[in-house]
Design a protein around this ligand. Structure first.
Ligand SMILES: [Zn+2]
Ligand SMILES: [Zn+2]
Length: 290
């Protein structure tokens, strides 16, 4: 995994233009094809092995599948089209106030001062507000304005592949008797179909990727950090405040749909940090540069 990560980074730095041209459509197409493949596989082949296709549970299965698929594609698209570059700020906010100037830093590529926590992306060719990462699966940078969509995109991918994996396992176990399972016997007759075993293995692999991404994001978000500064808790304002900074005022209701309006608490150009005052248990918040 680390080797793939290192190779991808190397190729991106070596020729950003070609990397974007090849990796973006390939990765986006991979997500679309994989999602549609697993929905069709689940709803037409795996779930009918567990429930009657005329029954309530099968219809409920379709509702869950549509909700998850809608949120995967909806959040993926929203993450792509929501600009989180410094240029997305109103023109007057792209220049620091006199009292903020010492907190901003100079970007050699853009050749101007940039707000705290923003930094340059060679693939997007601009500075990104609270840049977390560049994601080829959404073909965009993930930062202050679109982190909510990225979070739900990966979470719904994990949820979808997780539900698919669970039904896959149950459908496969139906071919084994209790004694087979206890004594780890493979039944001689009534074997699970070959396609079910192969797609179960595939499902396990596609489940691992979004789950590890969600776990990584949660460990970063609990400190209000970024992937770039994984262990930093400089901007940690407490768990709920940290989540509100990415999900906005509606908080976890944004789970329902990417169309739920949930304004962020600020524009991403000013950041509060926590500082524990000596002899005082209270937190004090200051604006500082990254
Ligand atoms: Zn820049
Ligand atoms: Zn980028």
């Amino acid at each position: 995994m680390c080797l793939i990560w290192a190779c991808t980074k190397y190729l991106a730095r070596r020729n950003p233009k070609i990397f974007v041209r090849i990796s973006h459509p390939t990765a986006v197409l991979f997500v679309i094809v994989t999602t549609i493949f697993f929905v069709v596989l689940q709803m037409f082949y795996v779930v009918p092995q567990l429930f009657d296709v005329q029954g309530f549970m099968y219809k409920l299965g379709w509702l869950v599948a549509i909700f998850i698929t809608y949120n995967i594609f909806g959040n993926m698209l929203a993450c792509h089209i929501t600009s989180t570059s410094v240029e997305s700020l109103p023109k007057d906010r792209q220049i620091p106030e006199p009292e903020e100037e010492h907190q901003w830093h100079y970007c050699d590529v853009c050749e101007k001062l940039m707000p705290p926590r923003s930094w340059h992306c060679i693939l997007c060719k601009c500075c990104i507000l609270k840049r977390d990462r560049h994601c080829i699966f959404t073909a965009s940078c993930v930062g202050h304005n679109n982190q909510r969509y990225f979070f739900w995109f990966t979470l719904f991918m994990a949820l979808g592949t997780g539900v698919a994996l669970a039904t896959h396992i149950i459908a496969t176990l139906k071919y084994f008797s209790y004694s087979d399972l206890i004594f780890l016997n493979i039944p001689r007759d009534n074997l699970p179909p070959f396609w079910l075993v192969i797609t179960l293995i595939l499902n396990t692999y596609v489940f691992a990727a979004p789950v590890s991404s969600v776990l990584m994001q949660l460990s970063v978000l609990k400190n209000n950090g970024t992937l770039h500064k994984f262990y930093s808790d400089t901007y940690d304002l407490g768990l709920w405040e940290n989540f509100k900074l990415i999900l906005g005022g509606k908080g976890f209701w944004t789970f329902l749909s990417p169309t739920v309006k949930s304004p962020l608490p600020h524009d991403g150009a000013q950041w509060k940090i926590k500082r524990v005052q000596h002899h005082s248990p209270k937190l004090q918040f200051l604006r500082v540069s990254d």
